[in-house]
Design a protein around this ligand. Sequence first.
Ligand code: PLP
Length: 379
Amino acid sequence: MNLFDVYPLFDIEIAKGQGCKTYDSQDVEYLDMYGGHAVISIGHSHPYYVQKMTHQLESLVFYSNSVQNKLQVELAEKLGKASGYEDYDLFLVSSGAEANENALKLASFHNGRKKVISFNKSFHGRTSAAVKVTDNPSIVAPINDGFDVDFIALNDIDAVRKSLKNNDVCAVIIEGIQGVGGIRVPDVEFLKMVRVECTARGTILILDEVQSGYGRSGKFFAHQHAGIRPDLITVAKGMGNGFPIGGVLISPVFKASHGLLGTTFGGSHLACTAAIAVLDIIKEEHLMENAECIGKYLIDELKKIPQIKEVRGMGLMIGIEFDQPSKEIRNRLLFDKKIFTGASGTNIVRLLPPLCLTKSDANLFLDSFKSVLESVLAI
Ligand code: PLP
């Protein structure tokens, strides 16, 4: 059987990883500036994470969602503390799309409405019930059948007000920082106004922190830079450092009842073990502070490079936009300098490195990047 060929893949076989470095089968070292789409939060093969996961595997309890799983309770407590949302409830799932799907369901059960507002260039997942919207033509967008979705320009508060004015919108769903759409940060004032408008109109505000959450922006959630509190927050990616897990943080306004939501794999013992280890390490190693500090350094230095059109982002979620396609830049970084990066559309290089990135890793990237730009783009 062949693999269904829907991703372009580099012909490199990664055999092991440690911290921000990965190694191929010939033991060639690569600097990981992408972390598998923001999935690697605490670094590759962290010894504490490996030890906790190994121990859990050895205990032979991998899965059961019909009996009490104390790891879920421990995870909820630690996530509440780490994020500042101790009064919210947690519903555990296995991916970002599943988290958004459940958030939309909750919103719709709550106010009985079906209309959803989302933003141009946003991305919320690939299932048919989760909204997934993009104007990036390289991505097919299966808009869900259950909801009626309106797309609005990011930061256009007048358009939001206009859409909400009939009191018939179920939810506004917005990324803390747009990831797939090119690392676009919503304005602080815009987010504050959206919060006010949603409250006034009985509309649920869903913050999709699947890519921007878990300390990546320098705060636990990117929306916390605006000081707002959404009704629902969705998480995944960095939550398990590669082990599939996602969740919905649910404000006390929502009341749980048996049968309201369901999941097969959500909150398994192994998934919870991974997520607890991630939170322990983020706290112990001050990775949020590191993301803020090294991220600021990278952004400041990148802004000095003349060949770049624009640098956007916060913490270790950075988009570098060029006037021309960035494919050759990324290829040269990978094949000549042994550095992995990501892309958003054709002209944007996307950086989502592990949160343990050091200053010397950042300098290695900056030096390599400048040298590649000099060879690929004549000033
Ligand atoms: N939401 C955002 C902001 C994302 O970036 C993604 C994936 O890239 C998703 C949701 C979907 O997550 P998953 O691929 O885990 O379903």
